[in-house]
Design a binder for this molecule. Structure first.
Ligand code: FES
Ligand code: FES
Length: 161
């Protein structure tokens, strides 16, 4: 069944006609052309497809387009602040938290969700927040370091107003 939906995607309102059963992940990548969101498992287990839906991180491989009318969605393409990479993106690059990059957009979105709630997380809190995001390359230590460094930079930016 085709459905008309209107969504706000990375700050822009768009209307689409889509099959109600089409996955949000496929909608983003194949219909809209935003390929930064990755498909790993396709079953909700790896976190590579994480996006924000109405302000909360979700696995886009588990969301149907028919659920999306009126929704606000932010993908990795919407993470930048103006023309600048987000401090979380900069920290991942600086600290070597990106290797093959397949997990990276999901890691970044989930890290942002954590830092939106807690700008001073412990290592344990970071590891817990990212426990649904799998990485086969980095061994996680550099990712944890990057989140800690991004948190420090965001605290500094907040203190400077
Ligand atoms: S592709 Fe969605 S959780 Fe793995
Ligand atoms: S950097 Fe390769 S899977 Fe994480």
């Amino acid at each position: 069944m085709m459905m008309k939906i209107r969504i706000t995607l990375n700050g822009k309102s768009i209307s689409l006609e889509v099959p109600a059963h089409r996955l949000l992940l496929d909608l983003l990548r194949d219909e809209i052309g935003l390929t930064g969101t990755k498909e790993g498992c396709g079953t909700g287990d790896c976190g590579a497809c994480t996006v924000f839906l109405n302000g909360k991180p979700v696995n886009s491989c588990l969301i149907l387009s028919g659920e999306l009318d009126g929704a606000e969605i932010v993908t990795i393409e919407g993470l930048k602040i103006g023309p600048e990479l987000h401090p979380i993106q900069k920290a991942f690059i600086q600290d070597g938290g990106v290797q093959c990059g397949y997990c990276t957009s999901g890691m970044l979105m989930m890290s942002k969700a954590l830092l939106d709630e807690n700008l001073n997380p412990t290592e344990e809190e970071i590891r817990f927040a990212l426990s649904g995001n799998l990485c086969r390359c980095t061994g996680y230590a550099k990712i944890v370091q990057a989140v800690q460094d991004a948190a420090a930079e965001l605290r500094r930016m907040r203190a400077e107003g």
